[in-house]
Design a protein around this ligand. Structure first.
Ligand SMILES: [Cu+2]
Length: 125
């Protein structure tokens, strides 16, 4: 009887350990943590070709972005992240487009693919 209880207890312990491990690994894979970043909305065409940004470039940035130029976020540390639309939340990306040259706060999902670091935009403030 005692032996049986111990065996059951060990099995239960193992089952709980497996479940915990499974829960930890699956949550890490399926729900990436939202990232919050602050920075200037860049018109990537002018920034990549000639480094132009900031208040003096605001009007041009708005034109370029309205014309289809990709957007980036220039953080205070000088790092640039490509901003892309979350197809489930297109209004957030549209809101970023209206802030060319402005400082904004973006909440999104960080992604690193093929050397490009970017944020899938979920929310803009
Ligand atoms: Cu421009």
């Amino acid at each position: 009887m005692i032996h049986q209880t111990n065996g059951l207890g060990r099995m239960l312990g193992l089952a709980i350990a497996c479940l915990t491990l499974f829960t930890l690994s699956s949550s890490a894979q399926t729900t990436p943590k939202p990232t919050v970043m602050k920075g200037e909305v860049l018109d990537m065409a002018c920034y990549m070709s000639s480094g132009m940004h900031g208040v003096s470039h605001k009007e041009c940035a708005q034109k370029c972005i309205n014309g289809g130029s990709p957007m980036g976020l220039l953080t205070s540390s000088g790092k640039v992240y490509l901003l892309v639309e979350n197809h489930d939340k297109p209004s957030a990306y549209a809101s970023a487009k209206a802030h060319a040259g402005d400082q904004i706060q973006v909440t999104g999902t960080y992604a690193d693919k093929g050397g490009i670091q970017g944020l899938v935009v979920d929310d803009v403030k």
